[in-house]
Design a protein around this ligand. Structure first.
Ligand code: BGC
Length: 461
Protein backbone atom coordinates (compact mmCIF):
# COMPACT_ATOMS: atom_id res chain seq x y z
CA UNK A 1 0.00 0.00 0.00
CA UNK A 2 2.81 2.34 1.00
CA UNK A 3 4.66 1.48 -2.17
CA UNK A 4 1.57 2.23 -4.26
CA UNK A 5 1.07 5.71 -2.83
CA UNK A 6 4.79 6.36 -3.03
CA UNK A 7 4.65 5.41 -6.71
CA UNK A 8 1.61 7.62 -7.26
CA UNK A 9 3.27 10.70 -5.80
CA UNK A 10 6.38 10.05 -7.84
CA UNK A 11 4.54 9.80 -11.18
CA UNK A 12 5.48 12.95 -13.12
CA UNK A 13 1.91 13.82 -14.18
CA UNK A 14 2.87 17.46 -14.78
CA UNK A 15 5.33 16.38 -17.44
CA UNK A 16 2.84 13.97 -19.02
CA UNK A 17 0.26 16.77 -19.12
CA UNK A 18 2.64 19.08 -20.97
CA UNK A 19 3.57 16.11 -23.20
CA UNK A 20 -0.10 15.82 -24.18
CA UNK A 21 -0.48 19.47 -25.22
CA UNK A 22 -0.47 18.48 -28.91
CA UNK A 23 -3.94 17.06 -28.24
CA UNK A 24 -5.15 20.38 -26.89
CA UNK A 25 -4.46 22.07 -30.23
CA UNK A 26 -6.15 19.27 -32.12
CA UNK A 27 -9.31 19.49 -29.99
CA UNK A 28 -9.28 23.27 -29.78
CA UNK A 29 -9.38 23.70 -33.54
CA UNK A 30 -12.20 21.13 -33.85
CA UNK A 31 -14.26 23.17 -31.37
CA UNK A 32 -13.38 26.64 -32.67
CA UNK A 33 -14.20 26.02 -36.31
CA UNK A 34 -17.65 24.71 -35.39
CA UNK A 35 -18.39 28.18 -33.93
CA UNK A 36 -16.41 30.39 -36.32
CA UNK A 37 -17.29 28.59 -39.58
CA UNK A 38 -20.96 29.63 -39.86
CA UNK A 39 -20.11 33.29 -39.00
CA UNK A 40 -17.39 33.41 -41.69
CA UNK A 41 -19.88 31.89 -44.12
CA UNK A 42 -22.29 34.73 -43.35
CA UNK A 43 -19.67 37.52 -43.49
CA UNK A 44 -18.12 36.39 -46.75
CA UNK A 45 -21.35 35.01 -48.27
CA UNK A 46 -19.81 31.59 -48.84
CA UNK A 47 -21.84 28.69 -50.18
CA UNK A 48 -22.12 25.40 -48.28
CA UNK A 49 -19.34 23.78 -50.31
CA UNK A 50 -16.94 26.65 -49.49
CA UNK A 51 -17.75 26.43 -45.78
CA UNK A 52 -17.25 22.67 -46.02
CA UNK A 53 -13.84 23.26 -47.57
CA UNK A 54 -12.75 25.70 -44.85
CA UNK A 55 -13.52 22.99 -42.29
CA UNK A 56 -12.05 20.19 -44.39
CA UNK A 57 -8.87 22.01 -45.46
CA UNK A 58 -7.47 21.41 -41.98
CA UNK A 59 -8.17 17.71 -42.40
CA UNK A 60 -6.31 17.68 -45.72
CA UNK A 61 -3.34 19.52 -44.18
CA UNK A 62 -3.43 17.13 -41.22
CA UNK A 63 -3.16 14.06 -43.43
CA UNK A 64 -0.10 15.53 -45.10
CA UNK A 65 1.37 16.78 -41.81
CA UNK A 66 0.87 13.41 -40.13
CA UNK A 67 2.46 11.49 -42.99
CA UNK A 68 5.40 13.86 -43.38
CA UNK A 69 6.34 13.96 -39.72
CA UNK A 70 6.79 10.23 -39.06
CA UNK A 71 10.07 9.68 -40.88
CA UNK A 72 11.42 12.99 -39.59
CA UNK A 73 10.53 12.03 -35.99
CA UNK A 74 12.46 8.77 -36.35
CA UNK A 75 15.44 10.68 -37.74
CA UNK A 76 15.58 13.90 -35.70
CA UNK A 77 13.78 12.92 -32.50
CA UNK A 78 10.38 13.83 -31.11
CA UNK A 79 11.22 17.08 -29.30
CA UNK A 80 12.61 19.17 -32.18
CA UNK A 81 9.58 18.34 -34.28
CA UNK A 82 7.21 19.41 -31.52
CA UNK A 83 8.86 22.82 -31.70
CA UNK A 84 8.43 22.91 -35.48
CA UNK A 85 4.76 21.86 -35.15
CA UNK A 86 4.20 24.67 -32.60
CA UNK A 87 5.82 27.22 -34.94
CA UNK A 88 3.64 26.07 -37.84
CA UNK A 89 0.64 26.29 -35.59
CA UNK A 90 1.45 29.85 -34.61
CA UNK A 91 1.95 30.82 -38.27
CA UNK A 92 -1.26 29.07 -39.39
CA UNK A 93 -3.30 30.58 -36.53
CA UNK A 94 -2.00 34.05 -37.29
CA UNK A 95 -2.79 33.80 -41.02
CA UNK A 96 -6.27 32.44 -40.28
CA UNK A 97 -6.98 35.35 -37.96
CA UNK A 98 -6.03 37.95 -40.56
CA UNK A 99 -6.99 36.28 -43.83
CA UNK A 100 -9.06 38.43 -46.15
CA UNK A 101 -10.83 36.01 -48.44
CA UNK A 102 -11.76 32.40 -49.04
CA UNK A 103 -8.51 31.48 -50.84
CA UNK A 104 -6.26 32.96 -48.13
CA UNK A 105 -8.30 31.30 -45.41
CA UNK A 106 -8.11 27.90 -47.12
CA UNK A 107 -4.31 28.13 -47.43
CA UNK A 108 -3.94 29.28 -43.83
CA UNK A 109 -6.09 26.37 -42.65
CA UNK A 110 -4.03 23.89 -44.63
CA UNK A 111 -0.90 25.21 -42.85
CA UNK A 112 -2.72 24.86 -39.54
CA UNK A 113 -3.58 21.33 -40.59
CA UNK A 114 0.12 20.49 -41.14
CA UNK A 115 0.72 21.43 -37.51
CA UNK A 116 -2.29 19.55 -36.15
CA UNK A 117 -1.48 16.43 -38.17
CA UNK A 118 2.12 16.55 -37.01
CA UNK A 119 1.06 16.94 -33.38
CA UNK A 120 -1.46 14.09 -33.71
CA UNK A 121 1.28 11.77 -34.85
CA UNK A 122 4.04 12.96 -32.52
CA UNK A 123 2.12 13.21 -29.25
CA UNK A 124 0.89 9.61 -28.87
CA UNK A 125 4.30 8.23 -29.82
CA UNK A 126 6.01 10.54 -27.38
CA UNK A 127 3.69 9.71 -24.46
CA UNK A 128 3.81 5.97 -25.10
CA UNK A 129 7.61 6.14 -25.11
CA UNK A 130 7.84 8.17 -21.90
CA UNK A 131 5.64 5.90 -19.81
CA UNK A 132 6.56 2.74 -17.94
CA UNK A 133 4.65 -0.37 -18.96
CA UNK A 134 2.26 -0.40 -15.97
CA UNK A 135 1.03 3.15 -16.51
CA UNK A 136 1.34 3.45 -20.28
CA UNK A 137 -2.43 3.24 -20.91
CA UNK A 138 -3.23 6.11 -18.55
CA UNK A 139 -0.25 8.23 -19.56
CA UNK A 140 -0.99 7.93 -23.26
CA UNK A 141 -4.69 8.65 -22.58
CA UNK A 142 -3.52 12.17 -21.68
CA UNK A 143 -3.52 12.85 -25.41
CA UNK A 144 -7.22 12.04 -25.69
CA UNK A 145 -7.97 13.96 -22.48
CA UNK A 146 -6.26 17.01 -23.94
CA UNK A 147 -8.27 16.65 -27.17
CA UNK A 148 -11.53 16.62 -25.23
CA UNK A 149 -10.48 19.52 -22.99
CA UNK A 150 -9.47 21.44 -26.12
CA UNK A 151 -12.92 20.90 -27.66
CA UNK A 152 -14.71 22.01 -24.49
CA UNK A 153 -12.56 25.10 -23.86
CA UNK A 154 -13.04 26.12 -27.50
CA UNK A 155 -16.84 25.99 -27.07
CA UNK A 156 -16.50 28.41 -24.16
CA UNK A 157 -14.16 30.63 -26.19
CA UNK A 158 -16.80 30.69 -28.95
CA UNK A 159 -19.43 31.77 -26.43
CA UNK A 160 -17.07 34.41 -25.04
CA UNK A 161 -16.24 36.05 -28.38
CA UNK A 162 -19.59 35.63 -30.13
CA UNK A 163 -20.99 39.05 -31.16
CA UNK A 164 -18.05 40.94 -29.60
CA UNK A 165 -16.06 42.70 -32.29
CA UNK A 166 -13.25 43.76 -29.98
CA UNK A 167 -10.95 46.48 -31.40
CA UNK A 168 -12.97 46.49 -34.64
CA UNK A 169 -11.98 42.89 -35.41
CA UNK A 170 -14.85 40.51 -36.14
CA UNK A 171 -15.72 37.93 -33.46
CA UNK A 172 -14.69 35.00 -35.67
CA UNK A 173 -11.19 36.49 -36.07
CA UNK A 174 -10.81 36.46 -32.29
CA UNK A 175 -12.11 32.91 -32.13
CA UNK A 176 -9.49 31.75 -34.66
CA UNK A 177 -6.83 34.01 -33.14
CA UNK A 178 -7.38 32.47 -29.71
CA UNK A 179 -5.73 29.33 -31.12
CA UNK A 180 -2.46 31.18 -30.67
CA UNK A 181 -2.71 30.66 -26.91
CA UNK A 182 -2.57 26.84 -26.88
CA UNK A 183 0.02 27.08 -29.69
CA UNK A 184 2.24 29.27 -27.49
CA UNK A 185 1.72 26.81 -24.63
CA UNK A 186 2.90 23.98 -26.89
CA UNK A 187 5.91 26.03 -27.93
CA UNK A 188 7.02 26.75 -24.36
CA UNK A 189 6.16 23.21 -23.28
CA UNK A 190 8.17 21.66 -26.12
CA UNK A 191 11.27 23.60 -25.13
CA UNK A 192 10.91 22.40 -21.56
CA UNK A 193 10.12 18.76 -22.36
CA UNK A 194 12.84 16.08 -22.35
CA UNK A 195 13.54 14.04 -25.49
CA UNK A 196 12.03 10.54 -25.56
CA UNK A 197 14.53 8.18 -23.84
CA UNK A 198 13.77 5.45 -26.38
CA UNK A 199 14.67 7.74 -29.26
CA UNK A 200 17.89 8.74 -27.43
CA UNK A 201 18.93 5.14 -26.95
CA UNK A 202 18.30 4.47 -30.63
CA UNK A 203 20.49 7.49 -31.38
CA UNK A 204 23.25 6.07 -29.15
CA UNK A 205 22.81 8.63 -26.33
CA UNK A 206 22.28 6.06 -23.58
CA UNK A 207 23.61 8.15 -20.67
CA UNK A 208 21.33 11.06 -21.49
CA UNK A 209 18.40 8.64 -21.70
CA UNK A 210 19.32 7.23 -18.26
CA UNK A 211 19.43 10.73 -16.81
CA UNK A 212 15.99 11.60 -18.19
CA UNK A 213 14.52 8.34 -16.93
CA UNK A 214 15.87 8.96 -13.43
CA UNK A 215 15.60 12.73 -13.02
CA UNK A 216 12.55 13.66 -15.09
CA UNK A 217 10.58 10.43 -15.22
CA UNK A 218 11.50 9.44 -11.65
CA UNK A 219 12.26 5.78 -12.23
CA UNK A 220 15.23 3.48 -12.33
CA UNK A 221 15.69 2.78 -16.02
CA UNK A 222 18.45 0.14 -15.86
CA UNK A 223 16.30 -2.80 -16.96
CA UNK A 224 14.36 -0.75 -19.50
CA UNK A 225 17.57 0.46 -21.14
CA UNK A 226 18.87 -3.09 -21.41
CA UNK A 227 15.61 -4.29 -22.99
CA UNK A 228 15.58 -1.45 -25.50
CA UNK A 229 19.22 -2.05 -26.41
CA UNK A 230 18.57 -5.77 -26.88
CA UNK A 231 15.62 -5.18 -29.20
CA UNK A 232 17.54 -2.57 -31.17
CA UNK A 233 20.51 -4.90 -31.56
CA UNK A 234 18.24 -7.47 -33.22
CA UNK A 235 16.56 -5.11 -35.64
CA UNK A 236 18.41 -3.97 -38.69
CA UNK A 237 17.79 -1.34 -41.30
CA UNK A 238 17.27 2.36 -41.25
CA UNK A 239 13.54 2.55 -40.71
CA UNK A 240 12.26 3.30 -44.20
CA UNK A 241 8.69 2.99 -45.53
CA UNK A 242 9.72 -0.16 -47.39
CA UNK A 243 10.98 -1.69 -44.17
CA UNK A 244 7.87 -0.61 -42.30
CA UNK A 245 5.68 -2.58 -44.69
CA UNK A 246 7.91 -5.63 -44.81
CA UNK A 247 8.60 -5.78 -41.04
CA UNK A 248 5.21 -4.63 -39.76
CA UNK A 249 2.72 -4.99 -42.61
CA UNK A 250 0.06 -6.39 -40.26
CA UNK A 251 0.59 -3.58 -37.76
CA UNK A 252 0.10 -1.05 -40.55
CA UNK A 253 -3.20 -2.68 -41.47
CA UNK A 254 -4.33 -2.83 -37.82
CA UNK A 255 -3.40 0.84 -37.27
CA UNK A 256 -5.30 1.96 -40.36
CA UNK A 257 -8.39 -0.10 -39.52
CA UNK A 258 -8.35 1.00 -35.86
CA UNK A 259 -8.46 4.60 -36.99
CA UNK A 260 -11.05 4.06 -39.73
CA UNK A 261 -13.36 2.34 -37.27
CA UNK A 262 -12.73 5.08 -34.70
CA UNK A 263 -14.09 7.59 -37.19
CA UNK A 264 -16.74 5.45 -38.90
CA UNK A 265 -18.64 4.90 -35.65
CA UNK A 266 -19.59 8.53 -36.18
CA UNK A 267 -18.06 10.39 -33.24
CA UNK A 268 -17.42 13.55 -35.21
CA UNK A 269 -20.89 13.51 -36.79
CA UNK A 270 -22.14 13.78 -33.22
CA UNK A 271 -19.57 16.39 -32.20
CA UNK A 272 -19.85 18.57 -35.32
CA UNK A 273 -23.49 18.18 -36.30
CA UNK A 274 -25.75 17.08 -33.43
CA UNK A 275 -26.23 20.64 -32.07
CA UNK A 276 -27.30 21.74 -35.56
CA UNK A 277 -29.67 18.77 -35.81
CA UNK A 278 -31.30 19.81 -32.55
CA UNK A 279 -31.73 23.26 -34.00
CA UNK A 280 -33.38 22.10 -37.22
CA UNK A 281 -35.25 18.96 -36.17
CA UNK A 282 -36.34 19.90 -32.65
CA UNK A 283 -36.53 23.69 -33.22
CA UNK A 284 -33.98 24.60 -30.53
CA UNK A 285 -32.73 28.21 -30.55
CA UNK A 286 -29.11 28.69 -31.63
CA UNK A 287 -28.17 29.69 -28.04
CA UNK A 288 -29.68 26.46 -26.70
CA UNK A 289 -27.94 24.40 -29.32
CA UNK A 290 -24.56 25.88 -28.27
CA UNK A 291 -25.33 24.64 -24.76
CA UNK A 292 -25.96 21.19 -26.20
CA UNK A 293 -22.42 21.34 -27.63
CA UNK A 294 -21.11 22.33 -24.22
CA UNK A 295 -23.03 19.42 -22.65
CA UNK A 296 -21.60 16.95 -25.18
CA UNK A 297 -18.12 18.40 -24.61
CA UNK A 298 -18.43 18.11 -20.82
CA UNK A 299 -19.64 14.49 -20.94
CA UNK A 300 -16.70 13.75 -23.24
CA UNK A 301 -14.12 15.27 -20.85
CA UNK A 302 -15.57 13.64 -17.73
CA UNK A 303 -15.76 10.19 -19.29
CA UNK A 304 -12.21 10.53 -20.62
CA UNK A 305 -11.04 11.26 -17.06
CA UNK A 306 -12.76 8.01 -16.03
CA UNK A 307 -10.95 6.29 -18.92
CA UNK A 308 -7.62 7.53 -17.56
CA UNK A 309 -8.42 5.90 -14.22
CA UNK A 310 -9.42 2.49 -15.63
CA UNK A 311 -7.07 2.20 -18.60
CA UNK A 312 -4.37 0.29 -16.69
CA UNK A 313 -6.86 -2.12 -15.12
CA UNK A 314 -8.65 -3.58 -18.13
CA UNK A 315 -7.35 -5.16 -21.30
CA UNK A 316 -7.41 -2.81 -24.27
CA UNK A 317 -9.38 -5.34 -26.34
CA UNK A 318 -12.06 -5.80 -23.64
CA UNK A 319 -12.54 -2.04 -23.39
CA UNK A 320 -12.78 -1.69 -27.17
CA UNK A 321 -15.40 -4.44 -27.40
CA UNK A 322 -17.33 -2.97 -24.47
CA UNK A 323 -17.29 0.44 -26.19
CA UNK A 324 -18.48 -1.01 -29.51
CA UNK A 325 -21.41 -2.83 -27.86
CA UNK A 326 -22.36 0.22 -25.80
CA UNK A 327 -22.26 2.50 -28.84
CA UNK A 328 -24.25 0.05 -30.98
CA UNK A 329 -26.97 -0.29 -28.30
CA UNK A 330 -27.20 3.52 -27.93
CA UNK A 331 -27.60 3.89 -31.69
CA UNK A 332 -30.23 1.13 -31.90
CA UNK A 333 -32.33 2.76 -29.17
CA UNK A 334 -32.05 6.24 -30.78
CA UNK A 335 -33.01 4.78 -34.17
CA UNK A 336 -36.05 2.90 -32.80
CA UNK A 337 -37.22 5.90 -30.79
CA UNK A 338 -36.84 8.46 -33.56
CA UNK A 339 -38.67 6.16 -35.95
CA UNK A 340 -41.41 5.45 -33.39
CA UNK A 341 -41.81 8.92 -31.89
CA UNK A 342 -41.01 11.00 -34.98
CA UNK A 343 -38.19 13.55 -35.18
CA UNK A 344 -40.08 16.54 -33.89
CA UNK A 345 -41.41 15.62 -30.46
CA UNK A 346 -39.81 16.97 -27.29
CA UNK A 347 -39.92 13.46 -25.82
CA UNK A 348 -37.73 12.12 -28.57
CA UNK A 349 -35.37 15.13 -28.19
CA UNK A 350 -34.77 14.31 -24.51
CA UNK A 351 -34.36 10.59 -25.08
CA UNK A 352 -32.02 11.27 -28.02
CA UNK A 353 -29.93 13.51 -25.79
CA UNK A 354 -29.62 10.84 -23.09
CA UNK A 355 -28.56 8.15 -25.54
CA UNK A 356 -26.17 10.48 -27.34
CA UNK A 357 -24.54 11.06 -23.95
CA UNK A 358 -24.31 7.27 -23.46
CA UNK A 359 -22.78 6.90 -26.94
CA UNK A 360 -20.14 9.52 -26.07
CA UNK A 361 -19.35 7.76 -22.78
CA UNK A 362 -18.91 4.46 -24.66
CA UNK A 363 -16.55 6.11 -27.14
CA UNK A 364 -14.60 8.08 -24.54
CA UNK A 365 -13.71 5.07 -22.39
CA UNK A 366 -12.67 2.93 -25.32
CA UNK A 367 -12.11 3.87 -28.96
CA UNK A 368 -11.26 7.50 -28.16
CA UNK A 369 -8.07 6.98 -26.17
CA UNK A 370 -7.17 3.38 -27.06
CA UNK A 371 -6.75 3.85 -30.83
CA UNK A 372 -4.23 6.61 -30.26
CA UNK A 373 -2.35 4.52 -27.70
CA UNK A 374 -2.28 1.40 -29.84
CA UNK A 375 -1.10 2.97 -33.08
CA UNK A 376 2.13 3.77 -31.25
CA UNK A 377 2.39 0.56 -29.23
CA UNK A 378 2.18 -1.89 -32.11
CA UNK A 379 5.17 -0.61 -34.10
CA UNK A 380 8.82 -1.48 -33.55
CA UNK A 381 10.99 1.39 -32.30
CA UNK A 382 12.89 1.64 -35.59
CA UNK A 383 9.75 2.52 -37.55
CA UNK A 384 7.45 3.75 -34.78
CA UNK A 385 7.32 7.35 -36.02
CA UNK A 386 6.50 6.21 -39.55
CA UNK A 387 3.90 3.67 -38.45
CA UNK A 388 2.14 6.07 -36.13
CA UNK A 389 2.04 8.70 -38.83
CA UNK A 390 0.20 6.31 -41.16
CA UNK A 391 -2.33 5.50 -38.42
CA UNK A 392 -2.76 9.16 -37.69
CA UNK A 393 -3.25 10.04 -41.38
CA UNK A 394 -5.90 7.27 -41.57
CA UNK A 395 -7.70 9.02 -38.71
CA UNK A 396 -7.84 12.25 -40.69
CA UNK A 397 -9.01 10.48 -43.84
CA UNK A 398 -11.81 8.79 -41.85
CA UNK A 399 -12.74 12.12 -40.27
CA UNK A 400 -12.82 13.73 -43.74
CA UNK A 401 -15.09 10.97 -45.12
CA UNK A 402 -17.56 11.20 -42.22
CA UNK A 403 -17.74 14.99 -42.19
CA UNK A 404 -18.18 15.18 -45.97
CA UNK A 405 -20.80 12.46 -46.25
CA UNK A 406 -22.83 12.98 -43.11
CA UNK A 407 -24.82 15.95 -44.38
CA UNK A 408 -25.36 14.25 -47.73
CA UNK A 409 -26.66 11.15 -45.95
CA UNK A 410 -28.89 13.25 -43.74
CA UNK A 411 -30.52 14.86 -46.77
CA UNK A 412 -30.88 11.44 -48.43
CA UNK A 413 -32.78 10.23 -45.35
CA UNK A 414 -35.05 13.35 -45.29
CA UNK A 415 -33.26 14.86 -42.28
CA UNK A 416 -33.93 11.82 -40.15
CA UNK A 417 -30.83 10.94 -38.09
CA UNK A 418 -31.97 7.30 -37.97
CA UNK A 419 -30.48 6.85 -41.47
CA UNK A 420 -26.85 7.88 -40.88
CA UNK A 421 -26.99 6.49 -37.33
CA UNK A 422 -27.90 3.06 -38.74
CA UNK A 423 -24.70 3.17 -40.80
CA UNK A 424 -22.61 4.17 -37.76
CA UNK A 425 -24.31 1.39 -35.81
CA UNK A 426 -23.32 -1.14 -38.48
CA UNK A 427 -19.68 -0.02 -38.16
CA UNK A 428 -19.86 -0.28 -34.35
CA UNK A 429 -21.00 -3.90 -34.73
CA UNK A 430 -18.38 -4.71 -37.37
CA UNK A 431 -15.68 -3.24 -35.14
CA UNK A 432 -16.33 -5.96 -32.54
CA UNK A 433 -15.21 -8.65 -34.99
CA UNK A 434 -12.23 -6.60 -36.10
CA UNK A 435 -11.03 -6.26 -32.49
CA UNK A 436 -11.71 -9.90 -31.66
CA UNK A 437 -9.83 -11.34 -34.61
CA UNK A 438 -7.20 -8.82 -35.63
CA UNK A 439 -6.13 -6.54 -32.78
CA UNK A 440 -3.28 -7.72 -30.48
CA UNK A 441 -3.47 -7.19 -26.71
CA UNK A 442 -0.82 -4.76 -25.52
CA UNK A 443 -1.68 -3.97 -21.91
CA UNK A 444 0.91 -4.83 -19.27
CA UNK A 445 3.67 -5.59 -21.78
CA UNK A 446 6.69 -3.39 -22.34
CA UNK A 447 7.01 -1.90 -25.81
CA UNK A 448 9.95 -4.21 -26.32
CA UNK A 449 7.91 -7.30 -25.32
CA UNK A 450 5.18 -6.25 -27.77
CA UNK A 451 7.82 -5.88 -30.47
CA UNK A 452 9.22 -9.35 -29.74
CA UNK A 453 5.72 -10.90 -29.72
CA UNK A 454 4.81 -9.37 -33.06
CA UNK A 455 8.13 -10.59 -34.41
CA UNK A 456 7.57 -14.16 -33.21
CA UNK A 457 4.06 -14.24 -34.66
CA UNK A 458 5.48 -13.08 -37.97
CA UNK A 459 8.14 -15.79 -37.95
CA UNK A 460 5.52 -18.49 -37.21
CA UNK A 461 3.24 -17.25 -40.00
C1 BGC B 1 -10.83 11.52 -32.41
C2 BGC B 1 -11.34 12.86 -32.89
C3 BGC B 1 -12.56 13.25 -32.08
C4 BGC B 1 -12.25 13.19 -30.60
C5 BGC B 1 -13.47 13.41 -29.76
C6 BGC B 1 -10.50 11.62 -30.96
O1 BGC B 1 -9.97 10.41 -30.49
O2 BGC B 1 -9.70 11.13 -33.14
O3 BGC B 1 -11.63 12.80 -34.26
O4 BGC B 1 -13.00 14.54 -32.42
O5 BGC B 1 -11.67 11.95 -30.24
O6 BGC B 1 -13.25 13.27 -28.41
Amino acid sequence: MERMSDQRTRMPWGLYTVGGLGGLLFGYDTGIISGAGPIIQNDWRLNAAQLGFITASVLIGSMVGALAIGGLADKFGRKKLFIIAALLFIAGGFFCMFSQNFAEMSIARIVLGFAIGAASSLTPTYLVELADKDHRGSVASMFQLMITIGILVAYFANLLFLNHNIGGLADWRWMLGSELLPAAALMIGSIALPESPRYLIKAGKVELARKILEKRLKRDGTQEIEEIKAVLAKSQGKGTFKELFSVSGKSVLVAILLMFFQQLVGINAVIYFVPKIFQSAFHFSSANSIWISVGIGAVNVISTIVALGIMNRFNRKSLLIFGSIEMAISFIIIIILTLALGVHSMGSAIVTMIFIALFIIGFAVSWGPICWIMISEIFPLKVRGLGTSIGSAANWIGDFIVSQFFTILLVAFHNNIAGPFAIFCAFSILSIFFVKYMVPETRGKSLEEIEENMDEKKKKA
